[in-house]
Design a protein around this ligand. Structure first.
Ligand code: DLL
Length: 431
């Protein structure tokens, strides 16, 4: 299936975005008291939106706004028009509620069908969907997309790992969808069951919902012998299905006919320009139940407006998520993103792709300890070999961060495995 809007010339895409932006601003001004008030305070009326650039006149919405209007205060339709409700997993703080009308479920199905197709899926694929079904949007989002595409979906959800492996052998799915950390855990479990994950029928993975580095991608591709693609989304905007890599693995195509992106400096909220790192801010152009203007995702990306050299889509591409403004750790005054440490670890051969960062405060001084699993054989080597590896990792991390860290090598399977979003940081300063 081909969706022509993904190949629109930039000027036509902009015209469509403007028309939809004017429409959504009018709707929220009329129906959502928070937006009416915020626009009135700025002296902005819907008819002032004449160009896409006028986006800057609109207020920013953030998680705090949604919390203040918990549960249904941001709806632009009567609750009787709502068909489905989800709750954001809330990586940080209280959950937030999102609600979909029939039209919105249609939008979600469309963008998810486009997402699966963008990764290389067709109606002939069998999708082993191991994202959690329930309040988390991962399971149902992929499910709706698969139905829309006409593919077969196995709604296995997350968990019951041994059974997952058996179903993969029996049903011979061609696509797997789950978090990248769960994909690695499943490969490990398969090998323990005497199943070679490289020999399964899977050819494409659609992995997301948590940060993962290029190094982790190589680990997963190697473990399963498949093409590992990155999928991005968030509950507040729709769930999964905001952006997806094509097989070129060169940025995530963002479905900009439905979601209007900006990349802003997180402090000044000024645009950083094409190619610069900043916070992704999204406006929903077509959602009906809970449209959002300029939602501050806190995810750090850069954006590229050039036509994709691999697939020819004209949709803007975002980089892999580089971190979140709120997962940056400040250790003795140095800014540290967990993704920077993951990149170092994945480049070291003896290291397994399982790690955790433990932050403590000893007599007022912050300490960052990096716990990382290493191959079994390292432990049977001389102590000197173990120490040498610890030192090597320490030096490489110091080289990148300019910060002294402690490295603790642990045996395989010491670090807790995750079936959903992995917990990478344990910040004991906050406990
Ligand atoms: O995680 C939706 C989703 C489900 C996306 C399945 C992809 C696949 P939330 O639980 O609301 O929604 O969490 C959204 O997760 O703001 C990012 O910080 C993070 N995230 C999502 N996808 C990626 C990704 C779903 N590919 C939050 N890379 C977002 C890095 C991601 N972080």
């Amino acid at each position: 299936m081909r969706w022509e809007q993904e190949y629109l010339p930039p000027e036509e895409l902009k015209a469509l975005q403007l028309k939809r932006l004017q429409d959504v601003v009018r709707r929220v001004y009329e129906r959502v008291s928070f937006y009416r008030k915020a626009l009135d305070e700025r002296g902005v009326k819907p008819e002032h939106i004449k160009y896409l650039n006028d986006l800057k006149l609109l207020p920013i919405t953030d998680k705090e706004t949604l919390r203040q209007h918990y549960p249904f205060g941001m709806l632009a339709v009567p609750i009787s028009d709502i068909l489905e409700v989800h709750v954001s997993s809330g990586t940080t703080g209280d959950p937030t509620v999102v609600a979909y009308t029939r039209h919105d479920i249609g939008v979600w199905s469309e963008v998810m069908a486009r997402t699966i197709a963008c990764a290389g899926g067709t109606k002939d694929d069998i999708i082993h969907n191991a994202y959690g079904y329930g309040l988390f949007t991962g399971g149902l989002g992929v499910h709706y997309g698969a139905l829309e595409l006409g593919a077969s979906v196995v709604p296995v959800s997350a968990g019951g790992t041994k059974r997952q492996i058996k179903l993969i052998q029996d049903f011979k799915p061609t696509i797997i969808t789950c978090t990248p950390s769960y994909a690695l855990y499943m490969a490990e479990e398969a090998r323990e069951m005497g199943v070679d994950p490289r020999k399964t029928s899977l050819r494409i993975g659609i992995f997301g919902a948590e940060p993962w580095s290029e190094g982790m991608r190589r680990e997963i591709e190697e473990a399963w012998d498949l093409l590992a693609t990155d999928i991005y989304g968030l509950s507040e905007i729709i769930g999964p299905g905001v952006a997806q890599e094509c097989p070129g693995q060169d940025g995530l195509h963002l479905w900009a006919d439905h979601f209007l992106p900006e990349v802003l400096d997180p402090e000044s909220l000024e645009p950083v320009g094409e190619g610069g790192d900043g916070m992704l801010v999204l406006t929903t152009l077509t959602k009906e139940g809970m449209p959002l203007l300029r939602y501050a995702t806190k995810d750090i990306v850069s954006i590229n407006y050039q036509t994709c050299p691999h697939c020819g889509r004209t949709m803007p591409r975002i980089s892999k998520i580089k971190g979140r403004t709120d997962d940056m750790l400040i250790i003795r005054g140095v800014n540290v993103f967990p993704s920077q440490i993951e990149s170092v670890l994945m480049g070291i051969d003896e290291v397994q792709p399982h790690y955790q960062l433990v932050v403590t405060r000893e007599r007022g001084l912050d300490e960052l300890e990096v716990w990382v699993e290493v191959e079994e054989r390292i432990f049977s080597d001389e102590v000197r070999a173990l120490e040498a590896l610890e030192e090597k990792i320490q030096l490489e991390i110091e080289g990148i961060l300019g910060l002294a860290v402690k490295v603790k090598l642990v045996e395989p399977k010491t670090i807790e495995r995750s079936m959903g979003k992995a917990k990478r940081v344990i910040d004991k300063r906050k406990i």
